[in-house]
Design a protein around this ligand. Structure first.
Ligand code: NI
Length: 143
């Protein structure tokens, strides 16, 4: 039997700014533009988590999406929703609060817990705006 891929979508909103203390105001502006605004800005993020596996013969499910949703809410959404990514989120400490780094941090947080629920995490898609999103495959080749 061949593996099938299933995706769960969750949403959260969060504030951030892109800023390096070791750069001048001007350099921060040149590199990060409006994203370096001192008083933060926010996004309504969409998180798509894709899991791969074989359908369970008893349920037909690769993973119970209710269980996956609970896991994502506990491990990710409650930590990020209505928070400031630069100040409020321990697992984003010491990294630039970019969408890229956030996607990698989310992957690292849920990779092992998802295995306990069933299935294997293969992709995270994190949508920052309607024009920008990142995809992360855990450093492996795309599906
Ligand atoms: Ni931003």
């Amino acid at each position: 039997m061949k593996a099938i891929y299933i995706t769960r979508r969750e949403t959260f909103n969060a504030a951030h700014k892109l800023w390096r203390e070791d750069w001048s105001e001007q350099k921060n502006w040149e590199v990060f533009g409006k994203c370096s605004n001192h008083n933060w800005h926010g996004h309504n993020f969409e998180l798509f988590v894709t899991v791969k596996g074989l359908p369970n013969p008893d349920t037909g499910f690769v993973i119970n999406l209710k269980d996956l949703s609970v896991l994502l809410k506990e491990q990710v959404i409650e930590e990020l929703d209505h928070r400031n990514l630069n100040l409020d989120v321990p697992f984003m400490k010491d990294v630039l609060a970019s969408t890229e780094n956030l996607a990698i941090a989310i992957w690292d947080r849920i990779y092992l817990p998802i295995q306990k629920v069933g299935g294997e995490l293969v992709k995270i898609k994190l949508v920052e705006t309607e024009n920008n999103y990142v995809e992360y495959y855990g450093g492996k080749e795309p599906i």
